[in-house]
Ligand binder design. Structure first.
Ligand code: FAD
Ligand code: NAP
Length: 336
């Protein structure tokens, strides 16, 4: 293993924040995991995938472990399903393309989400009406303290909306080494999410397929979202908040246009992007950072922003949304 000291993390995070890590190592073999605790010399270990959901608010005083574990294996099959065990360092979108090529359905709506397979259970990635938890069968992870591999069933992962046990009880305690997905041989199409149907129509699709759905999702995402290769960002900075029905009805009295999606009999999801826009932040620029002009949920780095600057802007947004709507926004990105 090639241990490097005091290196810039700028190429390793999609926000493009330039801070140093005191130590950095890349691993491509599970057997290397046992040595990492010693290598960290008592300092914190930070697991790095594609760096597309982190905000580097400060220099990283610890060992950053870049995950390059690769491999896809078909481990089980029946008439209706296949189980693919995928090493955590595989690029998520490449897995989506692999599944489509083999005719395996279930993850096509999640096309073009940046990052690695190992991060997908972390926040139960989701888009266009589908969440990773619907296809994750189990997760294998190395426990730093116990120095052993542990398998977590889907139920043990405690998945929630952009949430899982890996963001909570197991935060910083494990390195996810592989994820086993249960995919459908006979696809069940999910086009219920707004823009997909319109996009399929615009593309002139006559016969629905997982390929067509992925193509539609890719087209929508490419037109709406800022490309991190062009302008630094980490996707949605905040989660969509869930509020009580009573709170929603109170807000409705002074905000007739407030969009809403019921999540249960008692709770309603409100798009954070709408709340932020209403507070006047959309397109706002502040020094080297700002709120994207087309998508208020995305904070951007215009080139030389510091993590601290982005954090300060996010705090102002949290405060103004709280003041106007009484809703506390929660950051989706992981802050290092
Ligand atoms: P990183 O950013 O490298 O890591 C994120 C967190 O997970 C860190 O705390 C890290 O320590 C931890 N982690 C990563 N790998 C492991 C591992 N193997 N073991 C233990 N912990 C680990 N997300 C969505 O849900 N839906 C979207 O539609 C979506 N769209 C996006 C669009 C853009 C343009 C961008 C930039 C981001 C988007 N995201 C979206 C967020 C992001 O892509 C996902 O959260 C993705 O899963 C992060 O993967 P990563 O490998 O880059 O993780
Ligand atoms: P959008 O379609 O403009 O919708 C705005 C918000 O309303 C979304 O966040 C979505 O919540 C919610 N929504 C829309 N239609 C819905 C429906 N039929 N049922 C329930 N909720 C609905 O969103 P967008 O910003 O262009 O993003 C499209 C999808 O990609 C969303 O699913 C979004 O989560 C995902 N995405 C995520 C990230 C990220 O970094 N996490 C970045 C870009 C896009 P949900 O977010 O709960 O779906």
């Amino acid at each position: 293993m090639d241990l490097q000291y005091n290196i810039s993390l700028k190429p390793y995070n999609t926000f493009g924040i330039d801070v140093a890590a005191s130590a950095f190592v890349t691993i491509d073999d599970e057997d290397q995991l046992a040595q990492l605790t010693d290598l960290a010399k008592g300092k914190k270990i930070y697991v790095l995938g594609g760096g597309s959901n982190i905000l580097l608010a400060h220099p990283v005083d610890g060992l950053v472990v870049q995950n390059k574990l690769k491999g896809i294996a078909l481990v089980k099959e029946d008439d209706a399903h296949v189980w693919l065990q995928v090493q955590a360092g595989e690029v998520w979108h490449e897995l989506v393309l692999y599944a489509i090529e083999h005719g395996y359905g279930g993850i096509e709506n999640l096309a073009l989400i940046p990052g690695t397979v190992g991060a997908t259970p972390m926040q139960n990635i989701g888009a266009y009406g589908v969440e990773a938890r619907e296809t994750i069968d189990s997760v294998m992870a190395w426990n730093w303290k116990k120095k052993e591999l542990v398998t977590y069933t889907n139920a043990q992962c405690a998945f929630g909306y952009r949430d899982s046990i890996f963001k909570n009880a197991l935060k910083d305690k494990v390195f996810i080494t592989s994820v086993t997905y249960k995919l459908n041989k006979v696809p069940r199409f999910n086009t219920s999410y707004g823009a997909i149907t319109e996009q399929l129509e615009a593309m002139g699709v006559k016969e629905l397929s997982i390929q067509a759905i992925a193509d539609a999702v890719i087209a929508i995402r490419t037109s709406k979202l800022p490309n991190p290769a062009v302008i630094g960002n980490a996707g949605s900075f905040f989660k969509n908040p869930t509020i009580t029905k009573k709170h929603y009805e109170e807000l409705l009295q002074t905000n007739e246009q407030i969009p809403s999606y019921p999540v249960s009999d008692t709770h309603i999801k409100v798009p954070a992007g709408w709340l932020i826009e209403q507070c006047g932040w959309k397109g706002h620029k502040e020094g080297q950072t700002g709120v994207h002009a087309k998508q208020a949920l995305v904070l951007v780095n215009y080139g030389k922003a510091t993590g601290e600057e982005v954090w300060q802007l996010s705090q102002k947004i949290v405060d103004s949304v709280h003041e106007r709507f009484g809703i506390e926004l929660e950051r989706e990105v992981q802050v290092w």
